[in-house]
Design a protein. Structure first.
Length: 429
RNA sequence: UCCCCAGUAGCUCAACGGCAGAGCGUUCGGCUGUUAACCGGAAUGUUGUAAGUUCGAAUCUUACCUGGGGAGCCA
């Protein structure tokens, strides 16, 4: 059996293809069957004079998404979108499909989401899934090639990493457990064993957010590095993004074309990335008339977009006020009002894709911060152990996969960036 | 959680107080090169649910349900 991507190597040969009927047109004694097999789409031409009567008859009665096998000769033909087509000599139905609900016409979001399991078969969704897979592979390759060890963080956790309000509670025998919202604290433990680590898996946030940038279940890659301080942390995050984007540009030309993505904008994503401090971001906002934003305010979606519009690459915003960030971030020794953190904002209004920081590594300081934030000391005992036994400077960050996919694919909403999205009001299919 | 918008044929929508409609899809027929093909015939409805106003409600009012867009929060 031959896959559709490979047909160019079989020019003039008789081959057998298997797949699903994507669309069909006919013209008297000709039937044009668009066959897809997951690797591509090819036009199969059934000419009445070339096949037995019953095959021509059957070809005229198969519905969209019927699974079929076809045998025929691969021919070069410029009238076909692929440049090749299959001249059919034999055809058989594997399983009929009647009234497939998603026709090649426009549909509303609600209907498509309700039929997500079938929507995945469309050319756009196939392209997005392939780009997502390419990004995941590139991200893993980036870390694996640089001496990182992939370590898996637990999904059940006994407590909050960043806050208590946004966690999903689950019954855990006689106790309550929570679904993880970040693997970071566990990576901080693992990094003291392995030096450079990363985890890559789903995380869960019970935020009641209804925006184009939010999912309740999303995938995050979280590297953590020992002996790495703020400056290097920032460089690695930038390098990772540039590497992942260029990997898609090189390997996913066909998919980017299906999505009608402006590839020149992606090709321009090269190092170095622009870098500003939180203080400078506030100045940029004031310069654009947003005088309502004052120092100490967090930057929301609108503010991020406004700042990022000044640049055509991802922009790094660093050194936020301590009051805006979680307890574990290390303070800037040169200015205790600031933490050594960074957010990376994607261009074209896609928002924050990376958040990270150097971690506080001093036991006494960290104990003070936990108390200051009103957190339960006992819960963080094991985390404090990491500062008790051979603490070292270390840093890390988290990168949200779906937002990266949305930006690279040029999609309006993250719900198309994951096979089966979980949203505040949607748990199925 | 708050604010705004929308639910009519399988889908996308029209009808906006007076006969329930179109395109696509489906189905039947036509065409030897179609590119979301085209041409002709046919079938398809508890107008989201419940109540109210009215001679008369898809249309106006109220509540609820479902979905969409945005805010806050975040990756």
């Amino acid at each position: 059996m031959v896959r559709i991507t490979e047909v160019a190597q079989h020019l003039g040969e008789t081959v057998r293809l298997q797949g699903w009927l994507y669309n069909k047109r006919s013209s008297g004694k000709l039937q044009f069957l668009q066959l897809r097999d997951g690797s591509g789409v090819i036009q199969c031409v059934v000419f009445k004079g070339d096949v037995p009567e019953f095959i021509f008859e059957e070809a005229g009665h198969i519905g969209q998404e019927t699974s079929v096998w076809v045998e025929g000769t691969i021919k070069e033909d410029t009238r076909s979108a692929l440049g090749f087509e299959l001249s059919v000599s034999q055809l058989g139905v594997i399983s009929h499909a009647y009234d497939f609900p998603i026709s090649p016409k426009e549909h509303g979001v609600a209907f498509l989401m309700e039929n997500r399991h079938l929507w995945l078969r469309s050319a756009r969704q196939v392209a997005i899934l392939k780009i997502r897979a390419t990004l995941m592979k590139a991200i893993r390759q980036y870390f694996d090639d640089r001496g990182f060890t992939n370590v898996d963080a637990p999904i059940f956790t006994p407590n909050a990493c960043e806050g208590t309000s946004n966690l999903f509670e689950v019954e855990y025998f006689e106790k309550t457990a929570y679904l993880t919202q970040s693997g970071q604290l566990y990576m901080e433990a693992a990094v003291m064993a392995l030096g450079k680590v990363y985890c890559f898996g789903p995380v869960f946030r019970a935020e009641k957010s209804k925006t184009r940038r939010h999912l309740t279940e999303f995938w995050m890659v979280e590297p953590e590095m020992a002996f790495v301080e703020h400056e290097e942390n920032l460089q690695i995050a930038s390098e990772l993004i540039a590497f992942a984007v260029q990997s898609v540009v090189q390997n996913c030309q066909a998919e980017l074309t299906v999505l009608e993505r402006d590839v020149a904008k992606l090709e321009a994503i090269t190092l170095p990335f622009p870098r500003i401090t939180y203080d400078e971001a506030i100045k940029i906002l004031h310069h654009h008339g947003r005088t309502d934003v004052v120092w100490g305010d967090d930057l929301g979606g609108d503010e991020e977009t406004l700042v990022s519009q000044a640049f055509d690459k991802p922009v790094i915003i660093e050194k936020y006020p301590v009051t805006l960030k979680p307890f574990y971030m290390k303070r800037n020794p040169e200015n205790p009002q600031q933490v050594l953190n960074m957010d990376i904002i994607a261009p074209e209004g896609y928002g924050e894709i990376v958040g990270g920081s150097q971690r506080e590594d001093d036991l006494a300081v960290l104990e003070g911060l936990i108390a200051e934030h009103g957190l339960d000391d006992a819960v963080f005992r094991w985390y404090l152990d990491l500062r008790t036994y051979g603490s070292v400077p270390h840093s890390g960050f988290g990168l949200g996969l779906e937002r990266l996919v949305a930006w690279i694919c040029g999609l309006h909403h993250v719900r198309e960036c994951i096979p089966f999205p979980r949203l505040m009001d949607r748990l199925s299919p």
